[in-house]
Design a protein around this ligand. Structure first.
Ligand code: SAM
Length: 226
């Protein structure tokens, strides 16, 4: 239990500072254990990407993913393909596997993080994983040949404005080629949502505030700029 020791040491070193984040981390640790994974490692190198604006690997809390899972269930969206754009150590892939997606894909630029994600996915408890299969691709999102039409995309602040804008243009091209399809986006800490909206100004959008704000967007060819 390497990360339990780490968290307890932090609490012992600085109890006041650790009171907030330490207990939160401890709760996250036990939620990891419930699924069978270990997603705490954060010391991955930031990789140089095409857009030059990759963010470090930092998993979003389980609480925000639980709110998104409720939203997915309530909206009755098809559980076909789920893509974690910048999947880090694989926490969202592991968590959302309980929703029974036909196929799940993690795309991660950092080979070390991608390898840890694969290791985690091998360890998900069988009783938790209801998905049809999960794979992790080690690549820059802008270099991946993945077709995102019809998928649910999960983004936890993976990169900055430059990459987000280029990614949005790619989504638009794919949707124009398949105008009958949509792409649903769940975006935690949506700092660069404006770059998406410049390309999809008529996208349906819902915002959720709180300690970990997130947004839901429905992208389609009709919502894109002409
Ligand atoms: C904030 S972490 C989120 C990790 C994971 N989605 C989670 O919530 O636990 C962002 C991840 O995106 C990855 N990333 C950044 N830029 C990327 C790019 N251009 N292509 C693919 N992955 C990228 C980073 O390496 C990092 O692991």
């Amino acid at each position: 239990m390497p990360y339990l020791g780490y968290i307890l040491r932090k609490i012992a070193q600085n109890p006041l500072h650790a009171a907030g984040s330490g207990w939160k981390n401890l709760a996250e640790y036990f939620l990891d254990r419930r699924i069978g994974v270990s997603t705490f490692r954060r010391d991955f190198r930031i990789m140089q990407s095409t857009g030059g604006d990759s963010k470090p690997c930092q998993p979003a809390p389980y609480s925000v993913m639980a709110a998104m899972a409720d939203h997915m269930r309530a909206s009755g969206c098809a559980r076909k393909v789920f893509v974690d754009v910048g999947c880090g150590a694989g926490r969202p892939l592991a968590y959302f596997s309980s929703l029974g997606f036909e196929r799940m894909v993690g795309i991660e630029i950092n080979p070390a993080a991608a390898e840890l994600a694969r290791e985690n996915l091998r360890r998900i408890k069988k009783s938790w994983d209801k998905s049809g299969g999960i794979e992790v691709l080690t690549t820059d999102i802008l270099a991946s040949g993945v077709d995102f039409t019809g998928a649910i995309l999960y983004l936890a602040n993976p990169f900055g404005r430059t990459t987000m804008r280029a990614f949005a243009e790619r989504l638009k091209a794919q949707l124009l080629a398949h105008p009958e399809q949509e792409i649903l986006v769940y975006y935690v800490l949506p700092l660069h949502v404006q770059a998406l909206l410049e390309v999809f100004p008529k996208a349906e959008r819902q915002s959720f505030e709180g300690a970990d704000p997130w947004q839901f967007l429905r992208l389609s060819a009709a919502a894109a700029t002409g």
